[in-house]
Design a protein around this ligand. Structure first.
Ligand code: PGA
Length: 230
């Protein structure tokens, strides 16, 4: 199989023990795919001396510095050896009320700092059931047209699939990815939402899917390593 991306999104999970488990478990292993690990920001420093996987942030602010208590900027992530940053995750759009305009500004800040934004988007269950997935995605994608496409990834994450144990049919996943490619050609598009050891291989085998974004299933280093090695 062609080498694809596996992105581990810890969300607000994990601790120093999980950091240690990752460092030990993924040391000197030759994975068939390229792994990007996105731990919570406080743990990024602990990863600085390793080269077995790439690092990403889970969010960045749209400004490089300033009086924005609690936030993290793109240059800070870059300084801590990140090369990627997740942006516009559905949990941030929902709980932090992030708009697509804000996600665009964050993506610009990330690209200016030399990071590759991985911009998440997806439809809710109602829109999925009513066949509106492409219409919803078209609106998200339109807001990204002027970003530098040589330095950008998209993660298609149906909201109803995140953390639910359910995924769309494989043909649907492939077709949605194909659609995204027609709107933003030449960009790697990942699938996210309930990816696990039982479905990862069939999802990665889909021709229009360049990788996966994994949440819950990445929180145990050994089983996640097994999953990445399939
Ligand atoms: P999940 O999360 O794998 O737990 O569904 C994926 C994500 O939200 O990125």
């Amino acid at each position: 199989m062609q080498k694809k991306w596996i992105v581990a999104n810890w969300k607000m999970n994990g601790n120093l023990k999980l950091v240690q488990d990752y460092l030990e478990t993924f040391k000197d292993t030759q994975l068939p795919h390229q792994l990007i690990v996105c731990p919570p920001s406080p743990y990024l420093c602990s990863f600085k001396n390793q080269n077995d996987f790439l690092l990403g942030g889970q969010d960045c602010h749209e400004y490089n510095s300033g009086a924005f208590t609690g936030n993290v900027s793109a240059p800070m992530l870059k300084e801590l050896h990140c090369t990627y940053v997740l942006l516009g995750h559905s949990e941030r759009r929902m709980y932090e009320k992030e708009s697509s305009e804000l996600v665009y500004q964050k993506a610009q800040a990330a690209q200016s700092a030399g990071l590759t934004p991985i911009i998440c988007m997806g439809e809710n269950e109602h829109d999925y059931a009513h066949g509106k997935t492409e219409e919803i995605l078209a609106k998200f994608l339109e807001t990204l047209q002027s970003l530098d496409r040589s330095n950008l990834m998209i993660a298609y994450e149906p909201l109803w699939a995140v953390g639910s144990g359910r995924i769309p049919d494989l043909e649907v996943i492939n077709a949605v990815h194909q659609y995204i490619h027609t709107i933003l050609p030449g960009i790697d598009v990942l699938y996210g939402g309930s990816v696990n050891k039982d479905n990862i291989q069939s999802i990665l085998n889909l021709p229009y899917v360049q990788g996966v974004l994994v949440g819950g299933a990445c929180l145990d280093a050994i089983s996640f390593h097994n999953m990445c090695s399939l």
